[in-house]
Structures are given as structure tokens and as C-alpha cells.
Design a protein around this ligand. Structure first.
Ligand code: GLC
Length: 527
């Protein structure tokens, strides 16, 4: 059996509201994505994950859906979507849709019916419970965005559950009609020709049927992910990832596998313990991959990165395949988290680690986080968690205008870093983020060992030096990254095929400048 296409692909995540606006309303649109496909081909991208373009009141910017099979007029319409898909396929690219399964908008017709009366046939499509004590929510669960995960419905005198905003009521996945309806949604897009789904909040759909309280985190506990505000104060044993979630993922996979082309299903699963995370692969019969966020939380040192990669590699079964990512529409931009040096090292790692890389739009030009502008509802609850900063418009050109994003007023102000971190300026600079990303992706495309090879770490005497070798079918590639701010020596083997920063090449060794990295072709040697 040949490897499915998505193992070798490089993915680019587009947040469509902020990519390109072609009608001047300040919001990006489908036509804008279509206009930039040749840029993505030029960059070396193989596939796109498109954040939601479905009909939505945009309270959570498209993650609150009112029609899973309709396109919001802000983005265009279904005809334009079909044209986009055709243009994507014409270029040999693929498209992943974002599938929002845990909840709908509170304006969704299903929810309007469900809340209309206790005996409405759709009542049980959502999760309704009585008070625990008069006036008290059914349990202590909190929403990811802070505040109780339950809202009181005056009209029918019960609480409904919402993992996110009150405007995003949770669907009841234990109701077979809900399962059937969402499978219908998958079919709708697969029949139209999409190549897979990024499944939103994939493990949150199943919660404890007995509704037990979550235990509080012990004193001194630090959330492995990030300081999550109120959500980080509880251990989420009962409000996500219950055993029967696997059965649902199996059904989704089965449906995807009915299609002859390889469909990719990749789940947003924030599970940081690799031994728990691995369970979401099932026996290669659940979603094809859970997202792997380990590099985003790794300590940014040679040892920290190696530990993160080995932890994942250590639990993957022989048939298992992972992915790596450094950012998305929910996270602080990588160049703001790690600084430019770290972000450039991250680019080297994304292009060379074993696993499918997912790049977030704008990271290829090193875009920085902008300030919060009060758009993200998460920021209303917990100011420092606002995601506005990582959603600023893509910077195509320099200048004071719409930087190639819009001719109107952008929905989120353009970042202050527009003059240097933009495509036009960086295209002309061989040392820019963009030029380096492009060379790295070209190298990955050229070298099978980087795409599909196995990975082996090499112990070095220099503790701040990370060295690993990728090999496949007689080809091998070594990667060395200096995490320190002093020059460090690496044993030399083979010719340098890519360099980040300064290095000196000697017959037996390579002296890597501070924070530099090299990639060498070691096919002939023994590194
Ligand atoms: C996921 C999305 C996030 C959204 C949330 C609710 O975590 O990535 O952007 O707010 O789900 O749908």
C-alpha cells in the first residue's frame, strides 16, 4: 500500500477572515483565498486547512455555526466555494474543511427547536439538565472561555450545556439522530470533493453521563498547556474524552474511508500526556491523527525539543504518523513566543521532523502578535487570552493602506510590524523568513528522507546542540540546530544543503554560529 498523500504534504492553515478581502468589506473571503493559490504553490504548500466559512452569527468568528452546509455571505457562496475547490485541485493542492461538531450556534434551527419546549423532538439533540439545587447549575464544569459551562433557559426551566460560549450550545452526541445529522454534513462536503476535515474540539463531545463534578487542581499545579484562566483550575476528567468518544471517531473514520481517495481526518485534541494522546489513534480506525501540540509547549532548548519529539515517537505504533505545528488561530504567534531566532529554528524543525507540518498563515513571514481589539469573546472573559493578536490581516505589502489585504477598513487592525513582515519585501530578500521557509519546503519536497524517513537523534557532547538524522531508502539527511548563543561544533558528514545563520565548514566538522542550523546530505557518510 502506498503512503497516503497527507503524510508527505505540507499544510497551510488559512484563517479566511484575515487572509484576503476582495470585496472591500474588511473581512477576508473565499475569492481572496482563490486569488492567492499561486502564492501557496510558489511557497511550496501542498494542502490547505480552511477555518470555518459556514453560515454563522460570528460570535466566535465562524466557530458558531447556523448552517453546516451553507457558506456565510461574508465569505461568498457555494458556487464560489466550488470554484475555489476546483482551482485548488487544478493546482494539485488539497483542501481540509474545519468541522465543528461539538456545538452549534444558539441561532441554529436545531437549537431554536430544542429550546422551544421540553417535548420538542429536537429537545434531546442538546444537553438539558435540571438545577442541582434551586438556582444552581447541574455541576461545577466551567466553559473553556471561563464562566459556568451551563446557562439557564427561562422559557423551559432547565440548563443547557456549552463547552464554549453560551452562544455555542453543546450537541448531544449520545443521540443517534445527532450522529446521523453530522455524518450527513461530512458526506455533503466529501461528495463535493473536499479532501478531509480538521475536526474541531474532537474529544470534547463526550462528557460524563453521570455529570460528576471535576476535581480541582492541587495547589501549585501548573497547567501543562498554558494558564487557561478559570478552566485551568480544574482537572478535566469528566468534561471531555469519555470512553465512548472513540466509537464516534470510528464512525467518522469509517465514513471517510468509504471514499476511494484518501481522506484525512485530523482532530483538535488538547491532550498533552502522550500516553493518553495516543489512544486517539485507536487501532488505526479512529481519526487519522490527533493534532500534536507538543512543540508548542516544549521548552525551547535542544533537550526540551528532543524530549518532546521522543515522547511522541516513543508512543507512536509502527503504522502511526504524527504532525507538527507551531501555531494556529488560537495561539500566540510563534515569532512572538520564541522571538525571531526561535521562530526560524522552528521553521527548520517543521520542515525536517518526521511528521506532517502544519503552518499557520503569516508565520512564513514571521508575523508578530498584534494587540487585542476586543473582537475575541475569550478576551472579554480573560483579557490576556484574547486571540485577536494572532488573527491580524495577512501582510502582503508594506505601507499604511490595507497592505494587500483589503481596500476597506480591516476588521482587525493591521499589525504594527507590516513594513518588514510582509510578502513583497521578503520576496526580494534571500535571508528573509519567507525565503528560508521556501527553501526549506523545497528541500523537503526534494528529499524523500525528510518527508518519509525514520528519525534518529545523535548524542553530542554539546548540550545545546540538537542533531538528528532522517533516512529512507539509502538517502539520509542530518539536521543540526544550535540553541545556544555561542558557536558550537558539530561533527561533519556530507555537504551542507541548507543553512540558517552563520557557519564555518571544516573537513571534519562544522562550526555553527549562535542559534544557527544546518542541514547536510549524509547519504554517503556515517554522520
Ligand atoms: C476550537 C477552535 C477555536 C474555537 C473553539 C470553539 O478550539 O480552534 O477557535 O473558538 O473550538 O469552537
Amino acid at each position: 500500500m502506498s503512503d497516503p498523500w497527507w503524510r508527505e504534504a505540507v499544510f497551510y492553515h488559512i484563517y479566511p477572515l484575515s487572509f484576503v478581502d476582495t470585496d472591500g468589506d474588511g473581512y477576508g473571503d473565499i475569492q481572496g483565498v482563490k486569488d492567492k493559490l499561486d502564492y501557496l504553490v510558489w511557497l511550496g504548500i501542498d494542502a490547505i486547512w480552511l477555518s470555518p466559512v459556514y453560515e454563522s452569527p460570528m460570535i466566535d468568528w465562524g466557530y458558531d455555526v447556523t448552517d453546516h452546509t451553507g457558506i456565510d455571505p461574508l465569505f461568498g457562496d457555494l458556487d464560489e466555494f466550488d470554484e475555489l475547490l476546483e482551482a485548488i485541485h487544478e493546482r494539485g493542492l488539497k483542501l481540509l474543511m474545519d468541522l465543528i461538531i461539538n456545538h452549534t450556534s444558539n441561532k441554529h434551527p436545531w437549537f431554536l427547536e430544542s429550546r422551544s419546549s421540553r417535548d420538542n423532538p429536537k429537545r434531546d439533540w442538546y444537553v438539558w439538565k435540571p438545577s442541582k439545587e434551586p438556582g444552581e447549575p447541574p455541576n461545577n464544569w466551567v466553559s473553556v472561555f471561563s464562566g459556568p459551562a451551563w446557562s439557564w433557559d427561562e422559557h423551559t426551566g432547565q440548563w443547557y450545556r456549552h463547552t464554549y460560549l453560551p452562544e455555542q450550545p453543546d450537541l448531544n452526541w449520545r443521540n443517534p439522530d445527532v450522529v446521523e445529522a453530522m455524518m450527513g454534513v461530512m458526506r455533503f462536503w466529501l461528495d463535493r470533493g473536499v479532501d478531509g476535515f480538521r475536526v474541531d474540539a474532537a474529544h470534547q463531545i463526550m462528557k460524563d453521563p453521570q455529570n460528576r463534578d471535576n476535581p480541582p487542581t492541587p495547589p501549585g499545579y501548573v497547567d501543562p498547556y498554558k494558564e487557561m484562566g478559570e478552566y485551568g483550575k480544574w482537572i478535566h476528567v469528566f468534561d471531555r474524552g469519555q470512553d465512548d468518544v472513540h466509537g464516534i471517531h470510528r464512525q467518522m473514520r469509517k465514513l471517510a474511508d468509504e471514499y476511494e481517495r484518501d481522506i484525512l481526518t485530523i482532530g483538535e485534541i488538547h491532550e498533552f500526556d502522550p500516553t493518553h494522546w495516543i489512544a486517539y489513534y485507536g487501532s488505526d480506525d479512529e481519526l487519522n491523527m490527533p493534532f500534536n501540540y507538543q512543540l508548542m509547549v516544549a521548552e525551547w532548548t535542544a533537550a526540551g525539543v528532543r524530549k518532546a519529539v521522543e515522547a511522541v515517537e516513543g508512543v507512536l505504533p509502527e503504522w502511526g504518523w504524527t504532525n507538527w505545528t507551531m501555531g494556529n488561530h488560537d495561539e500566540i504567534r510563534v515569532a512572538s513566543r520564541l522571538g525571531d531566532r526561535g521562530a526560524r529554528q522552528a521553521a527548520v524543525l517543521l520542515a525536517t521532523l518526521r511528521g506532517t507540518p502544519f503552518l499557520y498563515y503569516g508565520d512564513e513571514i514571521g508575523m508578530l502578535n498584534g494587540p487585542s481589539h476586543g473582537h475575541d469573546p475569550w478576551g472579554d472573559n480573560v483579557a490576556f487570552l484574547s486571540r485577536d493578536g494572532c488573527r491580524t490581516p495577512m501582510q502582503w505589502h508594506p505601507g499604511n493602506g490595507g497592505v494587500g489585504f483589503t481596500s476597506g477598513e480591516p476588521w482587525i487592525p493591521i499589525g504594527p510590524d507590516r513594513d518588514h513582515r510582509n510578502v513583497e519585501i521578503q520576496k526580494g530578500d534571500p535571508l528573509s523568513f519567507l525565503a528560508q521557509y521556501r527553501s526549506l519546503l523545497a528541500l523537503r519536497r526534494e528529499r524523500r528522507s525528510l518527508r518519509l524517513g525514520d528519525i534518529r537523534f545523535v548524542d553530542t557532547e554539546e548540550e545545546e546542540m540538537l542533531v538528528f538524522v532522517r533516512s529512507s531508502d539509502g538517502e539520509s539527511t542530518a539536521v543540526g540546530v544550535n540553541f545556544s548563543n555561542r558557536p558550537v561544533q558539530m561533527r561533519r558528514s556530507g555537504d551542507v544543503v541548507f543553512a540558517l545563520g552563520d557557519y564555518e565548514s571544516h573537513p571534519e566538522s562544522i562550526l555553527l554560529g549562535p542559534h544557527s542550523a544546518v542541514i547536510t546530505d549524509t547519504s554517503e557518510g556515517d554522520e
